[in-house]
Each structure stands twice: as C-alpha cells, then as structure tokens.
Design a protein around this ligand. Structure first.
Ligand SMILES: [Zn+2]
Length: 453
C-alpha cells in the first residue's frame, strides 16, 4: 500500500491523503486551502490525481479545510462514495452548500466592486455543485467497519475535536497493514467535547500538529472572557467574537450564558449571527449523546440566544450601539457576516474583538491578533482601535502536551509516524517531541511525497 501527501503539509489547511494499491485509490479528507493567497491559489490548480480514478473518499470531520474541496472533486469527475460519521454528514449538509454560496457571492462582489484581478471572477464551485456532492455521501457509526474500496477496511473512532470528528483507521487486507489518520485532535478536557479515544493499533500514524510548538497555558480562559466582556460592557462597548461556525460557536454560546448565570458578567443580549452556526447549533443540540452538555445546558443556549437569520436582521444588528455579545463566523475573519461587524466595531476603542482559536497565517484574524493597525475588508482599509484578544486556550485542538498524553494512552507502537496539518515549525517541533517521548520513527513529509506503508 502507498500513501501520498496531497495537502495539509506545512500548513493547517487543505488536508488530503491518498492511499492506494495496484488497483484502487482511497482519498482520506478532501480539504480546501484557506489563508494566504499562495495557498488559496492551490485550490485552483488541477487536483494532483485525476478525480475519476479515485474510488472513494473518507472524511475525518466536516470542517472546510478537510471537506471543502469535495464539490470541486465531484464537479471534476469523481464518481465514488464519500463515507463519514452521521454528525459529519449532517454538518456537511450545512457547510458545503454554504461554502458554494460564499464562493458565488465573493465572485459576484469582486466583479461588482471591480477589485478582482480577473475579468469575470469564477467561483471554485457553486451551491448547486455542493448539493450534487452531497448525493455521494454515506454515513457510518463510530467503530463500524466498512469496506469503501475493495481491500481497504475502514473504521472511525471519536477524536473529540468537533461533533462527528474522528480518527480514520484504514486496514489494507492485502498487506495486513493499518494506517491511522488522527484528523484534528481535540482537547483532553474540553468544555463541550469528550476527550479523543486512544488509538489501539497502527502500523503507520499520520498525526496533526496545529499546536506542535505551543501550549494553551495555565490561565483560565473563562475568567479572561468574563473579564473582557464585563470591562467592555462597563464602558458601553460591544463584544464581537469571530468563531468557527461548527464547534467553537456552540462552546462560546455555552460559556457566555454560563457566565451570565453565574453573575460573572452582566445580563447582556447574546446574538448568534451566522445562519450556518445556527444550523450547526441545532445539529449540536440534536446529537446530545455525542458531547458533554446536558439537556439543561442545551436549553440554556437555545432559550437565551438571539438567532440572527436573515440579512435584514444582520444589517439591523450592525446598527446596534448598546453593549451586547455578537458571535459570528468565520472564525479567522476570512469571510462571512463577521466582516460587516468588524467594519463597524473595529474603529471604536470602546469595543472588543475576541478570537477563540488558531489563526492561520495570512488571515485577517492572524493580522488582528498580531497587532495590525488596520485591516483590509471588501477592498478598503479599516483602522483598528478596538481591543483585540485571542483566547487560544479555547481552541478545539489539543496542544502538544495533550497530543503526547493521548498518544501514550493506548498500546500504540507505530513503526512510522508522519506529521501533518501544521505550520512548518510546529510540525518539526512535534516530530522531535514524539520521537523523544516514544522513540518512534517520526518524519515530516513534503507535499506530494509518496511512501510505502
Ligand atoms: Zn477541524
């Protein structure tokens, strides 16, 4: 069996791994590239292998950097099935059409405003393409063994990162070898997700390294969040939280409502302004057995959040000048309704912007948390006067210590570990740490490397 790294190498986006033998090809994750332009440009390049020659796809989870290229893959000739857990399927039904819609809107907007370098900017795929791709989906239970491609057995175990997230185990019957893909790995002690399940056995492990070089720190992010919200409200400002629609938005809603309940912050109105995050919250509440929150916790969120659904309601919310908390997507401020709020709120020192997770280089989120004095949104520069915070410890990714702890929990002893899904320095430090701790042969692959497994 061969393993080829088609993406998610030297970066945290565009995850794509190809397993193959003499006859068949199985793609693990089919992510879109996000962040700096050179990465985004890769979305436009022809897929490195002819899509029609791939027999099936399996997904670790629904986030766009792991699933978002699927509509383009189908559009370009992929005919097989896409396998994932039930919650991942549910979330993809929301995320993929939305991604298509955003692609279309961005292309139209760029054309209208004339700030695109292309004569007629074309979307990478449309909402219709995304709905077409969804027809290829099949959902699977955790721990259920399937054979999506003849000779390749696959099963999923919980990864604790977001609802439905999983480590993908692939056993090649011909060579009797097992490769495990960590996908994105969650926290050992997350507010809403249970910890990742230990991996039993792997001959080869492909492990993420988003926080390979960093720890989330000892400070309590809830205290910090309470402090920021209380301080901002006291000076009459608004708090804007750009959040990943799936995962962190639900956790932040829960945290804010809990802080209000505990009287650690004043009883402010809480708005969730993202149709996608609203749908993801409904799915999250529906799949209550797959996370830590109780029925009462879910009701706390559902009963007290103002869901902002229509564009008119969103525009209306953007004229608001009284203290409140607005949670809106996207989490790295690379698109979505959060941009309109940023344009209104950034120029005023009374307001606070609170990021809650990894900010990929090249995104507006990254520029803001690194102290940019202005950011470009919709073709214009906007001054940054508001307070900007990044509570990275609210991230849905385990830090290196948590990953090492998780790897040490089972009876794992892989012959080889490949480090993926990290910035170059983070991946390399993760490589050293895994080797030092366990003595395993560990390597950071190059993009498009192919190895025998
Ligand atoms: Zn993810």
């Amino acid at each position: 069996m061969k393993l080829r790294f088609l993406g998610g190498v030297g970066t945290v986006t565009g995850s794509r791994h190809l397993l193959s033998d003499d006859n068949r090809r199985l793609l693990v994750d089919c992510g879109m590239y996000q962040g700096v332009k050179n990465l985004r440009r890769r979305n436009r390049a022809p897929f490195p292998v002819e899509p029609s020659t791939i027999n099936a796809v399996v997904l670790t989870h629904a986030h766009i950097d792991h699933s978002g290229y699927l509509p383009a893959l189908v559009k370009n000739g992929f005919k097989g099935r896409v396998y994932c857990t039930r919650a991942t399927h549910e979330l993809c039904k929301v995320l993929l059409p939305d991604a298509g819609y955003l692609q279309e809107e961005d292309a139209k907007y760029a054309f209208r405003k004339g700030f695109s370098k292309h004569d007629r900017p074309e979307p990478l795929f449309t909402e219709k393409d995304a709905r077409e791709a969804l027809k290829h989906f099949e959902s699977v239970h955790y721990h259920e063994t399937i054979e999506p491609v003849k000779g390749f057995e696959v099963w999923f175990t919980p990864a604790g990162h977001i609802l439905g997230s999983s480590c993908v185990h692939v056993h090649h019957k011909g060579s009797d070898r097992t490769v495990v893909f960590s996908g994105d790995v969650g926290r050992q002690d997350d507010v809403i997700m249970r910890p990742p399940e230990p991996i039993g056995k792997a001959d080869v492990l492909v492990c993420e390294s988003t926080y390979g070089d960093r720890l989330h720190g000892e400070t309590d992010p809830c205290e910090e969040l309470a402090d920021i919200i209380a301080r901002t409200a006291a000076r009459g400002g608004l708090v804007l939280v750009p959040a990943f629609a799936v995962g962190r938005a639900q956790m932040l809603l829960y945290l804010v409502h809990r802080l209000i309940l505990q009287q650690k912050i004043p009883k402010l109105p809480v708005f969730l302004n993202s149709p996608m995050a609203i749908r993801a919250t409904e799915i999250f509440i529906h799949h209550h057995k797959e996370h830590k929150l109780s029925q009462a916790d879910c009701e706390l969120i559902d009963d007290n959040t103002h869901y902002v659904r229509t564009a008119d309601e969103s525009i209306d919310l953007n004229t608001r000048r009284f203290p409140c908390v607005i949670i809106s997507a996207s989490g790295m401020a690379s698109g979505g309704r959060v941009l309109h709020h940023l344009k209104t709120l950034l120029p005023n020192a009374r307001n606070s912007i609170v990021f809650a997770g990894f900010q990929a280089p090249g995104t507006r989120g990254d520029a803001l948390v690194n102290g940019a004095e202005s950011v470009k949104i919709h073709g214009d520069y906007w001054p940054v006067k508001a307070e900007v915070h990044n509570l990275e410890s609210l991230s849905a990714h385990g830090d290196y210590q948590e990953i090492l702890q998780w790897l040490g929990q089972g009876s794992l002893d892989p012959g080889k570990v490949y480090i993926s899904h990290g910035e170059p320095v983070a991946s390399d430090i993760m490589r050293k740490r895994i080797h030092e701790r366990f003595g395993w042969d560990t390597e950071v692959p190059e993009l498009f490397d192919e190895v025998d497994v």
